[in-house]
Design a protein around this ligand. Structure first.
Ligand code: MN
Length: 296
């Protein structure tokens, strides 16, 4: 199933139709989209075992609206956690001349409020001109079941699905969790594809282009910590909940983006995430101004 969040907290699934892809709304399966905060997708993921049948029936019978008529949001707009792994591909470690490695440093957290969908542009903060904002194309993993101390051999049963994810980053000095947490700094989607439709998540091609120019190309076979090992590591520290998102790390080829750029990324079977970049008017702060030497 190819799930989407759209139009202010509604959830749905995408199907192919004669006139192009359509969205069938599934919000009613979880009691409606509900009031703020937008948790309909969390309830759908948590209840998927019981809800999948009704969702598939709706996909066959219920009316849909053209995908082009809706505003797509982050597939999971309100996770309990947005976890991210740094330095999880050898070529990215080399290009950053980093002494870090995912299997030695573990994970960090991004603000979940940095998640967005393709319905809004990436907004660059107005940080000093000496700072670069880089794209990092990553496989996004969405967890499906509550768990703690999950062993790697059991981990895949906790994975709900996959999506394209961009881990946008202000380079240079300063805490990573701050530099990567600006609003719109984690574009994701356009769809969340359930695990049953992804034959081998350890063999997916990741590509990213800026203005049509290829910048990143890799296969998830190159992950230092694979998905089972990441789930084991994260759940050794914190309880994982349905809808938690793991940004699995970027391969080599990261680089700067500027206002007016179009960033396009694809992962095998997960559709195309296209984002425009605009210049914002806020975001500068005393910490980011303090030092601006470029460093991972
Ligand atoms: Mn990253």
């Amino acid at each position: 199933m190819r799930l989407v969040s759209f139009d202010d907290g509604r959830i749905g699934a995408v199907r192919e139709a004669l006139g192009g892809p359509e969205v069938v709304e599934l919000s009613d399966l979880v009691g409606g989209r509900g009031p703020w905060p937008p948790t309909a997708m969390l309830r759908f993921i948590a209840g998927f075992g019981e809800l999948a049948h009704a969702a598939r029936e709706a996909l066959e019978r219920a009316p849909g609206v053209a995908l082009t008529e809706v505003v797509l949001e982050a597939p999971v707009p309100w996770p309990n956690k947005l976890v991210a792994f740094p330095t999880n591909y050898e070529d990215h470690i080399k290009e950053m001349r980093s002494s870090n490695r995912a299997d030695r440093n573990g994970f960090f957290l991004k603000a979940a409020s940095s998640l967005c969908g393709p319905g809004v542009p990436i907004e660059l903060p107005n940080v000093a001109a000496t700072r670069e904002v880089h794209h990092e194309a990553e496989l996004g993993v969405v967890l499906g079941r509550t768990g703690r101390n999950i062993r790697a051999e059991d981990a895949m049963a906790h994975v709900f699905g996959y999506m394209c994810l961009l881990d946008m980053t202000v380079r240079g000095a300063g805490e990573r969790g701050m530099r990567k947490s600006f609003d719109t700094f984690t574009p994701s989607g356009p769809v969340l594809v359930t695990a049953d439709e992804v034959a081998d998540p350890s063999n997916l091609e990741i590509d990213l282009w800026v203005n049509g120019e290829p910048r990143q190309h890799a296969n998830t076979a190159g992950l230092i910590l694979g998905i089972p090992e990441m789930v084991e590591l994260v759940s050794s520290v914190c309880t994982i909940y349905p809808g938690d998102v793991i940004a699995t790390g970027t391969p080599g080829g990261v680089g700067p983006v500027g206002a007016g750029d179009e960033v396009v990324m694809e992962i095998t079977g997960l559709d195309t995430l296209s984002m425009f970049v605009v210049q914002g008017e806020s975001g500068r702060n005393v910490a980011l101004d303090a030092k601006d030497e470029v460093r991972p």
